[in-house]
Design a protein around this ligand. Structure first.
Ligand code: ASP
Length: 399
């Protein structure tokens, strides 16, 4: 897979160049922004069918209910634990730094709010065709899991279904490889137009808040996740990161875990040699429910708004922020700004004014890029650990 290595390096160079050119010649790069959009569309084109085929075929390949239960339960427990850790870290840092800003909101954001009921209802499909049409990832995963379970029940008779979806899955991965070739160009125009449009001035105006989020993300991504990876698998985290770096880089450029998913699966299977039935199940699930970066950001953002309004939150209120930030990150879709929408749930839990969101909007896209990279890195660390656990168990049961 030499081509992946070439593309990773080119992608990195593309990001640097995009920042330089986006600042120096914004109007030129904006003229060509359509190229970045086309690249994004191509990625999205494969995501929805890929989520379905990879979850369904992985499930059938895991074969027994017992293995499935083991993988499923561990995946969910692992994901919730690391997400909780990252929220705790966010709360710890924000309580030390106590960032705040002057409230001068000119524009009250018109954001969709989300309730706990919406969050629960959003897990289930009402019409699977509609879910496919509107890229509702969690309902599609739900459907793939229950259909897979049903297919496991009918045993041999499910073989045609399995072969069909396996062939589709492999073809989609080949298609993904083709799209990956375009990454450096796509990323150049995506990042370039963003820098051209937004500039860096806004980031500076909210540096204390942005800095707190960035510090939290950095500690989680560079210290905590690598430590967990090493603890459970004795893998060298740096080497593992280098091996899969294309995925977090693309996550940074697209601010979307879902759009990155085809590449995440590709690097996990081809470069990190994670078994496809594990990667195909753990990663699609992770791309939508495991968002360590988003959860940390939501906790810091809520506290920042509270400080800015001069509110003192009690221990219990911070506990509510902890719970809702974990839930809100699970409920957030893997698309740009999804975390900003589910942040309303965190605000409502402690009665923070929704207008406060106006304060953080300006820097949100940039923080979104960073938190999405951490989200995807967290998914890949999770996949490696779950794969390792299962390999170990397998080895024991053979002996
Ligand atoms: N953009 C993030 C993701 O796709 C979600 C968010 O925090 O807005 O993972």
């Amino acid at each position: 897979m030499n081509f992946l290595k070439r593309i990773e390096n080119q992608t990195l160079i593309a990001i640097f160049l995009a920042v330089l050119i986006g600042i120096s010649f914004p109007s030129i790069i904006l003229k060509f922004s359509v190229i970045g959009k086309v690249f994004l569309k191509l990625l999205k084109m494969v995501v929805t069918p890929l989520i379905f085929t990879s979850v369904f075929t992985s499930l059938l390949n895991l074969k027994s209910f017992k293995t499935l239960e083991r993988v499923g339960i561990r995946t969910v427990i692992y994901y919730l634990s690391t997400t909780s850790l990252s929220v705790l870290l966010g709360l710890f840092i924000v309580n030390i730094i106590k960032p705040s800003a002057e409230i001068k909101i000119h524009e009250i954001p018109k954001l969709k709010t989300i309730s706990l009921e919406d969050l629960v209802l959003g897990l289930f499909p009402e019409n699977i065709v509609k879910s496919f049409a509107s890229n509702e990832v969690i309902p599609i995963i739900f459907f793939a899991i229950v259909l897979g379970l049903a297919a496991l029940k009918i045993g041999k008779k499910a073989q045609p279904l399995n072969s069909f979806f396996e062939a589709l899955n492999e073809s989609l991965l080949i298609l993904t490889r083709g799209i990956i070739q375009l990454t450096p160009v796509g990323v150049f125009f995506l990042v370039g137009s963003l820098v051209a449009k937004e500039g860096f001035a806004l980031l500076l105006s909210l540096w204390k808040y942005a800095g707190t989020v960035i510090l939290g993300l950095a500690i989680h991504g560079l210290i905590i996740l690598p430590f967990i990876l090493y603890l459970f698998t004795q893998t060298n985290p740096w080497q593992y990161f280098l091996c899969i770096r294309e995925a977090p880089l693309l996550a940074f450029s697209t601010a979307s875990s879902s759009a990155t998913l085809p590449v995440t699966i590709e690097v996990a299977e081809e470069k990190a040699k994670i078994r496809s039935e594990i990667a195909g199940f753990v990663l699609p699930l992770g791309s939508t429910i495991n968002m360590d970066g988003t959860a940390l950001y939501e906790a810091v953002a809520a506290m920042f708004i509270a400080y800015s309004y001069g509110l003192k939150l009690t221990f219990f209120q911070q506990f509510l922020i902890f719970i809702t930030a974990v839930l809100a990150s699970v409920g957030a879709a893997g698309i740009p700004s999804a975390g900003l929408v589910t942040l309303t749930l965190v605000f409502q839990s402690v009665g923070l004014p929704l207008e406060g969101l106006g304060l953080i909007l300006a820097v949100d896209r940039f923080l979104d890029m960073l938190r999405t990279s951490i989200n995807v890195w967290g998914d890949l660390v999770g996949a490696k650990i779950i794969d390792h656990w299962l390999n170990k168990e397998r080895a024991h049961s053979i002996v």
